[in-house]
Ligand binder design. Sequence first.
Ligand SMILES: Cc1cc2nc3c(=O)[nH]c(=O)nc-3n(C[C@H](O)[C@H](O)[C@H](O)COP(=O)(O)O)c2cc1C
Length: 219
Amino acid sequence: MRRLCDDTDARRLLNPGPVAIVTTSWRAGANAAPIAWTSPLSMEPPLVGAVIHPHRHTADMIRFSEEFALNIPGPDLLKHTAFLGTQSGLNVNKIESAKLSTFAAQRIDAPLIEGCLAWIECGLQDVIPIGDHILFVGRVVRVQALDEAYAQLWLLNERRYSPLVYLGGTKYSVLGETLDANVEVDMQGGLVVETSEEREERQEREAREREEAFERTGE
Ligand SMILES: Cc1cc2nc3c(=O)[nH]c(=O)nc-3n(C[C@H](O)[C@H](O)[C@H](O)COP(=O)(O)O)c2cc1C
């Protein structure tokens, strides 16, 4: 059944991209805060967007330092990620209280978080007010990723090397399996939803499942 949702549900429905922990540094102070609202914006030049509420300390840190890094955590950093979102870094060193280790970025001063799967270093290209948030447009200046996690695309071979996604509240998920969408069209140009190979695979799988169910229950 289709159900009418609140207009604000749009944000939750679009949430599940990888969570990023934004790291910043300004005048010998460093900060880290998770954000779910990120987006690639341009290939050439390479630009990414971070949508941040103006009340966040991170928003000021980005404005002052004119740079930021997006650190992409996996499930091992689930609790650290949630913790960094519970308080402002204005008066506390959250990186220290979260017991996170950092290492030096290559092109910017903001620290990078150890234990993440990938790191995107950005210079600040633009600041665009959007509704009640601000879109910080980052010019990508360096990208690093773990071999185990990424090779031109997320590999998803192992759960611990798969990016964490944020569902809302205290709920997170990890990206699961890779699905291969090889699109085929029929003589009329319409989509072939199931190829003969896929039909065979499905029928075999269903037969296997029926057998397993029979062994379990005798029905
Ligand atoms: C998983 C997660 C995702 C979040 N996404 C965003 C976001 O996209 N934009 C934002 O402004 N705040 C977001 N928040 C809230 C900030 O992380 C939170 O307010 C944080 O305490 C800000 O820290 P700061 O004041 O040190 O910058 C998110 C929080 C969590 C836990």
